[in-house]
Ligand binder design. Structure first.
Ligand code: HEC
Ligand code: HEC
Ligand code: HEC
Ligand code: HEC
Ligand code: HEC
Length: 409
């Protein structure tokens, strides 16, 4: 008999990330290149006075202006990683390193996805507040088409002129024109930034193509359906509220950094415990049941670690074995490349292994432990998400996703 229980974890990923970032403020990184992002969590006023709002019809407008009316969408977006994509300390540290190695070219390479407004407005020093809004409202809602090409940055065709494109076919705003564009419901929309090859053709970020090869693409389940799911909320508040609908797409794209989502994605089961003389053989199934791409996806410095522990029931000797799931890239000398900037700058020349857990795949792993008394042992299996961004020195992030326990009978 195996008893399975889910242990709750000590902290939410988001809390960790928040503390982590606050802690980093002290480093004052990147001050030379980037000024701090627009003040976090800024509340916008009510939309009762919309007379003062002036949208830029020749280029991008500030997200704060959109937030005057689209307040709930704004607040969700502001909490998410897109709003902080150029302001967070992990990016700034990497950007600084890229700048030292690449000089001015780093600005265009890194900013094209992390500060796209700066990139397209040709403000590489991010002098304008709008340049520091990360992946902003108007950036996304001016995209008319995603063009082919994933090397060193995204390729888009924009349409400005006060037209906001979106997923609603029956939306009317007295304030700006709206245009229905089916692209907003398609994964293709996200491809522009979530697919990247280095100059030498090595795939660095392959989330989109991984999704495209997954069973989810066949079933028509898009990135948006998982990462921008429909939630209760008003599209507009204030004086225009009677034009509003009561459902919005979640704009906080939290999934990657949200522990809840990660837990939903990965299931662990102890499927067998066999004892034989002084040996215990444990079999564990690890299933990627909720992610539309391998776990982990994105930058190849992320890992999932499975740890299986056998311990004397009375708290005696403990043994741990582990398996690591990741994509490993190496340089021409065969040396593993683990630094984000080295990867981004094309120092890796081959993918030497990739054992990440594919969408809907179950991986069965066996572990053998040698013990004195197999019957007095407790067995447990836990999965961790591990990510070690480099700030000034490596700052590992190690989060327990979930754990199951079994008992030798
Ligand atoms: C990363 C790109 C991106 C950013 C940034 C973004 N949006 Fe969206 N937005 C989308 C996509 C994609 C959809 C459609 C999602 C779906 O329905 O599947 C959408 C939907 C909408 C809609 C239609 C109603 C709804 O919720 O589905 C409105 C209005 C909207 N966004 C406004 C905003 C505002 C205001 C901001 C800034 C606070 C913003 N968006 C930021 C991509 C973005
Ligand atoms: C094609 C778009 C694209 C380009 C170009 C790009 N990035 Fe990124 N970057 C991303 C995406 C998307 C992520 C989100 C994480 C993931 O998918 O793993 C990311 C994540 C990161 C992270 C981790 C941030 C965090 O909060 O955990 C760092 C650091 C980073 N990028 C640095 C850089 C640097 C430095 C450059 C320039 C050399 C660069 N990026 C160029 C798209 C890009
Ligand atoms: C003065 C108020 C106001 C401001 C400011 C405003 N909008 Fe809107 N917007 C609306 C209203 C009203 C709707 C209709 C809502 C609905 O259909 O539920 C709308 C609809 C939209 C849609 C849906 C279009 C579609 O067809 O799917 C998008 C996208 C959008 N706005 C983006 C923006 C962006 C980006 C900004 C900032 C540059 C912005 N809006 C600024 C009032 C405003
Ligand atoms: C069936 C639902 C589903 C679909 C479809 C899906 N995702 Fe995810 N995604 C998840 C879950 C769950 C996680 C959290 C687990 C993880 O980190 O791998 C996640 C994680 C991520 C992460 C964070 C990666 C990390 O490990 O830190 C990024 C970036 C991401 N998704 C982007 C995308 C993009 C872009 C698409 C479309 C091309 C997409 N996802 C399609 C469910 C989905
Ligand atoms: C203009 C470029 C751009 C576009 C378009 C874009 N993203 Fe992102 N996205 C980024 C960057 C850059 C990051 C990394 C932010 C950071 O520094 O942590 C990111 C982060 C994310 C994350 C969080 C990853 C994590 O590590 O937790 C998810 C989830 C995500 N994006 C989903 C989407 C989805 C879904 C779409 C399409 C609707 C989309 N993105 C469109 C640039 C973009």
């Amino acid at each position: 008999m195996i008893r399975i229980g889910l242990l709750t974890t000590l902290y939410e990923w988001r809390t960790t990330m928040a503390t982590f970032r606050i802690w980093l403020v002290g480093f004052c990184l990147g001050g030379v290149f980037l000024t701090p992002a627009v003040a976090g969590g800024q509340e916008t006023g009510s939309a009762s006075d919309i007379s003062g709002i002036q949208l830029n019809t020749k280029g991008f407008s500030s997200s704060q202006q959109c937030g005057q009316c689209h307040k709930e969408l704004y607040n969700d977006w502001k909490r998410g990683l897109h709003a902080d994509s150029s302001g967070n300390a992990v990016f700034k540290a990497a950007y600084m390193q890229a700048y030292f190695e690449l000089g001015e070219r780093a600005r265009s390479v890194c900013l094209s996805c992390h500060a796209p407004v700066a990139y397209f407005n040709n403000d590489p020093k991010l002098t304008q507040p709008i340049s520091r809004e990360g992946v902003s409202c108007d950036f996304c809602h001016s995209i008319a088409e995603v063009l082919p090409g994933t090397v060193e940055g995204p390729q888009f065709r924009f349409e400005f002129g006060g037209v906001k494109q979106g997923p609603l076919s029956d939306s009317k705003s007295p304030f700006h024109k709206t245009r229905y564009n089916v692209l907003y419901r398609q994964s293709m929309f996200c491809k522009g930034c979530h697919e990247l090859k280095s100059r030498n053709g090595i795939p660095l970020i392959t989330t989109w193509s991984e999704w495209q090869e997954s069973p989810y693409a066949d079933k028509g389940v898009t990135c948006q359906q998982c990462h921008m799911e429909q939630i209760p909320g008003k599209t507009v508040v204030g004086s225009l509220e009677n034009n509003a609908r009561n459902q919005i797409s979640n704009h906080d794209v939290a999934s990657g950094h949200s522990l809840t989502k990660r837990r939903q994605a990965l299931e662990i089961k102890i499927v067998g415990i066999e004892t034989h003389k002084n040996r215990i053989r444990v079999q564990v199934d690890l299933t990627n049941k909720g992610a539309g791409h391998p776990m982990p996806t994105g930058l190849p410095i992320k890992k999932i670690i499975l740890k299986v522990k056998v311990e004397k029931t009375d708290g005696g000797r403990r043994q741990v074995q582990k398996r690591v799931y990741q994509k490993v890239l190496a340089d021409a000398q065969g040396k593993t490349v683990t630094n984000v900037v080295d990867l981004m700058l094309g120092k890796a020349t081959t993918v030497i292994s990739d054992n990440r857990i594919g969408p809907l795949e179950t991986r069965r792993e066996s572990f053998t432990f040698f013990v004195d008394q197999p019957r007095e042992q407790t067995v447990s299996a836990a999965a961790y998400y591990n990510y070690a961004p480099e700030i000034l020195q490596p700052a590992p992030i190690h989060i327990k996703l979930n754990e199951v326990q079994g008992r030798v009978r």
